[in-house]
Design a protein around this ligand. Structure first.
Ligand code: ADP
Ligand code: GLC
Length: 482
């Protein structure tokens, strides 16, 4: 089986969120199962050195305004196909946003080009390799199923199967429908059952409409996106295609995230030998200028600061957290108003609340290592990875009961405590009072040492690797090819 992954980010090279973690990890697990996987990405500046070490397998004279090459290279255990098109991707800063924090005006062409070349590799191969299946991830690769459908309709034989994976339906790649011609898309695709979305070309919608299989990253989210509350306008087409829609729960890279061998930690620890947690807690408290004279839990947040993540609710619930002797260390960036609000809260609750605005991979490991609990009050969450890192690091997840959070955390209610299977705290509805209550419940559990230690141990024993999901992807690919 040969599979082409196409995506806009991939850890450890370029990352703005969990998509990158997934793209950096699944191909390695699939490769270990004998699958031949190539990961196609834009050759952003962060990949320039790796691209320079590779070999061109495709040359294009003009890809939307400049020459381009596809370069095969290997790095970080991945076989990469890098789309080197400097006029599209050789730009400083964020991969999606310009210096003013606004989407690059030509994002439709930048990622349309990625999808076009991805489809070309699928149809013609590159460097003597041609996939049986293309797995397109999120809107940036959403046009690939449309191109493959168009090729089939045009009579092409032996067209590879396509799988569209939705990591986040909130980002849909809605662009001017007038670009369809430039993107080499037939007008026949522009229908309400196809690529049209309320007068725009919907890149994610095109993927959903034309893919042979659709997946998202948890079973609960696969059900939720069929409803108007979570479907963000795509619930209709998803409902029509529910027969090919499934949820495959994300895992995490258990080598990159391993408290027994994590260079970012002050002290290593494991389920068998959890003693090191105390040194990591002390180091984290110091880093965030938090007081040492309290018996309450040290909560952390590692997150993009956006409406999705529900952290505005945490601002309202902070007095409850502080009143119970809890402390909070927050690392995040995004919405400027929310950044400012958390910095203000840190001043008001000096010693109890510490905030670092920014994006810091190493610090995110320190936080999972040092905190007692991690707060994730998301309004919607396709899967979420930080609760999985929390489980692995003995950092109890306190989560909204939605999407992948609902699928990965077992609430410490009386029955689960009795049965010895609780791994965290869930709350619903996703409101500030319910979050405050969940925080208080967490503080109560923390004070009950045997109960807390059992929750931590259950979480650390919970399987969070990629093996199961990779097997599910492989079965899906085989099914799509059949
Ligand atoms: P999403 O992809 O919606 O942002 P996930 O939980 O799937 O949510 O993945 C987020 C990823 O980004 C995790 O690996 C998390 O540790 C990381 N992350 C988020 N914010 C930060 C930050 N400010 N600094 C470092 N890592 C962050
Ligand atoms: C998205 C989602 C997140 C998911 C990640 C990886 O960014 O918001 O829930 O874990 O993709 O699939």
């Amino acid at each position: 089986m040969k599979v082409l992954f196409v995506a806009s980010e991939c850890a450890p090279f370029v990352k703005t969120g969990g998509l990158a973690d997934v793209i950096g990890a699944v191909p390695k697990t699939l490769a270990g199962m004998g699958v031949s996987v190539r990961v196609m990405l834009p050759a952003y500046p962060a990949l320039a050195e790796i691209a320079a070490s590779g070999e061109a397998v495709l040359e294009l004279d003009d890809l939307h305004g400049g020459p381009a090459r596809l370069i095969a290279a290997s790095a970080a255990g991945l076989d990469l196909l890098l789309l080197d098109a400097p006029h599209l991707f050789d730009r400083p800063g964020n991969i999606y946003l310009d210096m003013d924090g606004i989407d690059w005006a030509d994002n439709a062409l930048r990622f349309g080009a990625l999808a076009q070349v991805g489809a070309r590799v699928a149809l013609e191969g590159a460097g003597g390799w041609r996939p049986d299946v293309v797995n397109a991830h999120d809107w940036q690769a959403g046009l690939i199923p449309a191109y493959l459908h168009q090729a089939r309709e045009g009579g092409a034989a032996d067209v590879p199967a396509s799988v569209m994976t939705i990591h986040n339906i909130a980002f849909q790649g809605l662009v001017d429908a007038g670009l369809m011609g430039a993107l080499n898309l037939s007008p026949a695709l522009y229908t309400s059952e196809g690529a049209e979305y309320y007068g725009h070309l919907g890149m994610l919608k095109a993927g959903v409409a034309f893919a042979d299989r659709i997946t998202t990253v948890s079973p609960t989210y696969a059900r939720e996106i069929l409803t108007p509350e979570f479907g963000m306008g795509l619930e209709g087409i998803l409902g029509a295609r529910r027969g090919v829609l499934s949820g495959i729960l994300n895992g995490i890279d258990t080598e990159v995230w391993d408290p027994a061998a994590d260079a970012a930690l002050a002290a290593p620890y494991s389920a068998a030998d959890p003693g090191g947690k105390a040194a990591n807690r002390a180091a984290l408290a110091k880093r965030f200028d938090l007081r040492a004279d309290t018996d309450g839990p040290l909560f952390c947040v590692v997150s993009r600061l956006t409406g999705q993540k529900g952290l505005d609710l945490l601002l309202d619930a902070l007095p409850a957290l502080v009143a119970r002797g809890g402390r909070l260390a927050l690392l995040g960036s995004g919405d400027r108003d929310m950044e400012a609000a958390f910095v203000g809260a840190a001043h008001r609750h000096a010693g109890s609340v510490g905030v670092i605005v920014g994006y810091d991979e190493t610090l995110s490991h320190m936080m999972q290592g040092g905190a007692d609990a991690i707060l994730i009050p998301s309004r919607f969450e396709p899967c979420g990875l930080t609760q999985l890192y929390g489980l692995r690091y003995g950092t109890v997840p306190v989560v909204a009961r939605t999407g992948g959070l609902a699928d990965t955390v077992i609430d410490a209610n009386d029955a689960a405590l009795e049965a010895g299977c609780a791994t965290g705290v869930q709350f619903a509805p996703v409101t500030a009072p319910a979050l405050a209550q969940a925080i208080e419940r967490t503080c109560d559990l923390y004070a009950d040492r045997p109960a807390w230690e059992a929750i931590v141990a259950n979480g650390m024993a919970h399987p969070v690797g990629w093996d199961r999901a990779a097997r599910e992807y492989l079965t899906l690919y085989e099914d799509a090819c059949a």
